[in-house]
Design a protein around this ligand. Structure first.
Ligand SMILES: Cc1ncc(COP(=O)(O)O)c(C=O)c1O
Length: 1008
């Protein structure tokens, strides 16, 4: 039928609404595959959807949809569904005559307000759960409903999916293989699949048929619309359709499907038999979709839209094929509250009746007890990454420990999150950034090479290979065993290659037979000798390298699939270590630590290990740290750790004894400073440094009036708070004390003076404060400022400002302090200290954070004149300041900066990152300003009127954390994201940061 002849215009729709339904309003055409749909905005404020069918539409089919909606409405469920509006005559299906005189069926439904699923960004787990929950409720509400039209043959019904086999030739070879593989699975599954529960279901909750609430922070599904595809079919098909659409565009579609399954099951409990078919049903819905596209493409080869629309289905189909069907099945089971592996319970019951002494596994050892070896991310014994990756060293400490416990087997590790596997080769990019395979699935027994390993039970050899490669299994044997009505497998990794491969696949070993002997490195995969022993209830189609470690996000499934080996041994030493949960730690903090100590992020993280630019939580999740300028040369830099450990082992005293270290640190520091700043004092924190600086000012000038910047922060002590507007002008503050004089934040973006050439204006503001002090009949003590004002929101001082301000202060007899606690030690890139960017030399420089790379160490550098005046006879004693351990650490930090050319690196990476952030700002106008130097940058979020957007900044930081990237917010209006990572932050890290910033900035909550 010619489209133009049957088309309905908006004007016609308005008339139909009036004539058939007595509704006055405007009409807006909507998309519709078959019907002509209009949104009617009635004059009384109500809204409707008017659906005009094609002339030849089957009235029964329309009746089916109307009855179905009415059935749900009367079902007593709390579901929102469109209401059916009867026409003037009370008919649910009305009629009109079109211009050609043809009768057209007309339906009117109430309009459901909200956002269409496809336009919602992000679609997070909670929203997908709510989608599943809603669709499950629909299925529940439809129980008992039937209609002859529900039993029509329908190409989109997964149960009918066999029709696609006829069209296999439309696909090229690779694609054909993917499709036919699923078609074959579908075929094979038929007998069980046919017997599954059937009912009338929605069957089309695709991303244009789901309405989501307007809430941008915690959106929920409001309604599934369009019941045109409803059909009587296997109930599991309905869930399969929901999943097939909602998991497109995800790196890990299985993980994305689980909240949906969980939600559906919560409102409509699924059966185990149904979950067996879900993986295949999802695949078949996609097969139908791509086959339909291929048919349409053949019909309309020039229609580029068809190409675009099939792309995500194809992407998902290929990813889906790479997912192990059994693993998906177990994951679905776990999501629905069943044991992930169907045989887990049987294995547990059977294993309760078994007890194997460890001597059965290692008869030559002669002992049975276990000393628990803690190799978890937070293990103190494991120590530094550099150490445990040094095999000689690792072997040495193992031997020593064994010497301490000669009659025990060093063993452990079941479900232990380990740092050993957190190198990037164990990483993948999941749906929320990087994930590391860190959870150990077996038990490791650390015994000498050549120790014989014997079979615990009779078993068939199913794998006997050399699983070659660094950190692989080396010699590997897997045995298959028959339990009582179930099968299970045991895995023996890191054997000698010869002994492992002596076994032949298909042969049988008897309990007590030798399986192999422990290998040595490198042939055992490059490990200190040990046996990796693991139980599996399924092989998941792996042949040679069944995973020995898993992603934390999948731990519930893996622990069912790979039960605890200690179920067999029942040995105390193999019981996993219990650590405090995060909520326990939080509760304790709340009770016993000061309330004013805050925690970062809405959901706080427990960090247990650092490595370079990364921090790791207790599950081994690696976070990219863009915040921590304290870990200046990288978290737990090996040279710095070593310097501290070595000196700690010798002596740590105060500076009243002679020691080279204090002089060594002084020499390293003086090398970086201008000759005028030639005297040093060492202290323990930035606050202490500024506290001492102010004491020096008082001694040197006899004055106590200090000029400081608005929103400046200089430390937590009494005096420091008194000069920190960030604190006394902030929450809980009481304003500036009598002797503190604050000039406006020299912010060229949103400050008192904006744009170019503001340096002079802000310097004049400093002058205003000088005059104020004079008016009070007093003199200026000092002017203190950071070269980039950190807490103020990474505010760069305007050009010329500092030189002029210093001039005015000095003319008034005051001294100048540069607070380099945040910015110093090469971070600026172009200069080592921040003041050097401005061509000035302060009288006092305070330094802290980066100097100790995390160790409490700070310093004050000053001119000889200031130092002399300070030394007025009163001794300056500092118990810890300048101790040999701190000084060894500080000197090594400065040497690492030199050795690893980190200042030049900061310039290079910082310049690159700033350029990329500026490019991002062009795409996202919410980024009002990008500023900073080297690796000390900030981005400020504002609306079109330059108003600060604190909520969005906070959201951005929290969402970045969800993606494994740590960021912090600051500035007087909390709308600046600060970027000040450890200096080893690489260009690749910068690229990752910008990528995820772009991703989150595109989310609905971030739009202006
Ligand atoms: C600029 C500035 N000065 C001084 C301090 C105080 O240093 P600390 O916390 O080591 O006492 C800080 C701390 O954040 C700071 O940012």
């Amino acid at each position: 039928m010619e489209y133009n002849k049957i088309r309905i215009t908006a004007d016609q729709a308005i008339n139909i609404a009036i004539e058939n339904f007595n509704i006055q309003g405007t009409a807006k055409p909507l998309q519709g595959e078959i019907d002509f749909n209009f949104k009617i905005d009635a004059t009384d404020g109500k809204a409707y959807i008017l659906k005009i069918s094609r002339p030849d539409e089957n009235a029964d089919y329309l009746d089916f949809q109307q009855k179905l909606l009415q059935y749900i409405a009367k079902s007593g469920s709390d579901l929102t569904v469109p209401s059916v509006i009867p026409d003037k005559n009370g008919s649910l299906i009305s009629e009109t005559k079109d211009d050609s005189g043809l009768i057209r069926k007309v339906r009117l439904l109430s309009w459901i307000a909200g956002r269409v699923w496809s336009g919602v960004n992000p679609q997070l787990d909670d929203l997908r759960y709510s989608l599943g929950e809603h669709c499950g409720k629909l299925t529940y509400a439809l129980q008992g409903f039937d209609h002859p039209e529900a039993h029509r043959k329908f190409v989109w019904d997964i149960a009918e999916g066999d029709w696609t086999t006829e069209y296999l030739d439309l696909f090229s070879n690779g694609d054909k293989e993917v499709i036919s593989c699923f078609q074959d699975q579908f075929h094979l599954a038929q007998p069980g699949y046919d017997n599954l529960r059937q009912a009338v279901v929605h069957n089309d909750a695709n991303d244009n048929n789901v309405i989501v609430s307007p809430d941008l922070m915690a959106p929920k599904v409001v309604c599934a619309i369009d019941f045109g595809d409803s059909v009587y079919t296997q109930i599991i098909n309905d869930l399969a359709v929901v999943c097939a659409y909602a998991i497109m565009h995800h790196n890990d579609p299985l993980q994305a499907a689980l909240p949906i399954v969980r939600g559906y099951n919560n409102s409509f409990p699924l059966l185990e038999s149904e979950l067996e078919h879900l993986y295949m049903a999802i695949a078949m819905r996609l097969v139908i979709s791509v086959t339909k596209s291929a048919i349409n493409k053949k019909k309309e080869p020039d229609n580029t839209y068809l190409l675009i629309s099939e792309k995500p289905a194809w992407e998902l189909l290929r990813k889906w094929k790479d997912i192990n069907a059994d693993f998906a099945h177990y994951s679905f089971r776990e999501a629905c509250g069943f044991t992930a592996h169907p045989g887990e319970e049987k294995f547990k019951v059977w294993s309760q009746r078994q007890t194997f002494s460890l001597e059965r596994l290692f008869p030559n050892i002669g002992f049975n007890e276990v000393y628990t070896l803690d190799l978890s991310v937070s293990s103190n014994w494991l120590g530094h990454e550099k150490d445990f990756n040094d095999l000689d060293y690792f072997q040495y400490i193992l031997k020593k420990l064994q010497g301490q416990y000669p009659s025990k087997i060093l063993a452990g590790g079941y479900l232990e999150p380990r740092p050993i596997y957190t190198t990037s080769s164990y990483d993948k990019i999941g749906n929320n950034g990087r994930e590391s395979r860190s959870i150990h699935l077996g038990v490791d027994f650390w015994l000498p090479a050549n120790t014989a390993v014997h079979a615990l039970f009779d078993g068939e050899v199913v794998t006997a290979v050399n699983d070659e490669g660094d950190k692989e299994y080396g010699g590997l044997v897997i045995l298959k065993h028959q339990g009582e009505g179930f099968e299970y497998y045991t895995l023996y990794g890191h054997l000698s290659v010869a002994s492992a491969t002596r076994n032949k696949v298909g042969t049988y070993l008897k309990a007590g037979d030798v399986i192999g002997i422990l290998g040595n490195w490198p042939e055992n995969g490059n490990w200190a000798p040990h046996l990796h022993f693991q139980i599996m209830l399924s092989m998941l189609q792996y042949k040679i390298d069944f995973p020995g470690v898993a992603y934390y996000s999948q731990i519930a499934v893996w622990k069912s699939l790979c039960p605890d080996p200690n179920l067999l041994f029942k040995t105390k030493g193999l019981v996993g270590r219990k650590t405090s949960s995060n909520s326990e730690i939080i509760d304790y903090r709340k009770q016993h630590l000061g309330k004013s100590l805050s925690l970062q992020y809405k959901v706080p993280i427990k960090m247990v290990r650092g490595a370079g630019q990364y921090l790791m939580d207790q599950y081994g999740r690696k976070y990219l740290d863009t915040v921590n300028n304290v870990a200046h040369v990288g978290h737990e830099h090996p040279a710095v750790v070593k310097a501290g450990q070595e000196q700690m082992a010798l002596i740590n005293t105060n500076s009243r004894y002679l020691h080279e270290n204090i002089n060594e640190l002084a020499k390293e520091l003086l090398e970086t400073l201008p000759p005028e700043l030639s005297v040093l004092h060492f202290v323990n924190s930035g606050s202490e440094a500024n506290e001492l600086a102010i004491r020096m000012i008082k001694a040197a000038t006899g004055q106590r009036d200090i000029i400081a910047s608005e929103v400046g922060y200089h430390g937590n002590t009494n005096m420091c708070i008194d000069i920190s507007s960030y604190k006394f002008d902030g929450k809980g503050g009481k304003g500036a004390p009598e002797h503190t004089h604050i000039f406006p934040l020299p912010d060229a973006f949103r400050g008192k003076y904006q744009g170019e050439n503001t340096g002079e204006h802000y310097a004049e503001e400093v002058k205003v404060q000088i005059e104020k002090i004079h008016t009070k009949g007093r003199g200026v003590g000092a002017f203190i400022i950071e070269p980039i004002i950190s807490c103020g929101g990474q505010i760069e001082l305007p050009e010329g400002f500092l030189a002029k301000a210093y001039q005015y202060v000095r003319e008034a007899g005051g001294l100048c302090i540069s607070d380099e606690v945040q910015v110093g030690c090469g971070r600026m890139g172009s200069t080592f200290w921040g003041f050097q960017m401005h061509g000035v030399v302060p009288d006092i420089v305070t330094m802290g954070k980066p100097l100790g790379n995390g160790h409490p160490l700070a310093a004050v550098a000053c001119t000889r004149d200031v130092a002399e005046k300070f030394a007025n006879g009163m001794e300056y004693f500092n118990t810890f300041g300048g101790n040999p351990v701190s000084c060894a650490i500080g000197a090594e930090v400065l040497r690492v900066v030199k050795r690893e050319k980190l200042q030049a690196h900061a310039l290079e990476v910082g310049t690159y990152l700033k350029k990329e952030l500026m490019a991002l700002a062009l795409d996202f106008p919410i980024i009002g300003d990008v500023r900073g130097q080297g690796l000390f940058l900030g981005i400020e979020l504002v609306n079109g009127k330059k108003e600060p957007l604190a909520n969005k900044t906070d959201y951005l930081a929290n969402r970045m954390k969800d993606h494994g990237i740590l960021m912090s917010t600051d500035g007087p209006d909390h709308n600046v994201l600060k970027i000040k990572p450890p200096m080893v932050f690489s260009q690749e890290n910068a690229e990752e940061l910008v990528f995820y910033l772009g991703k989150i900035l595109a989310e609905d909550f971030m739009t202006l």
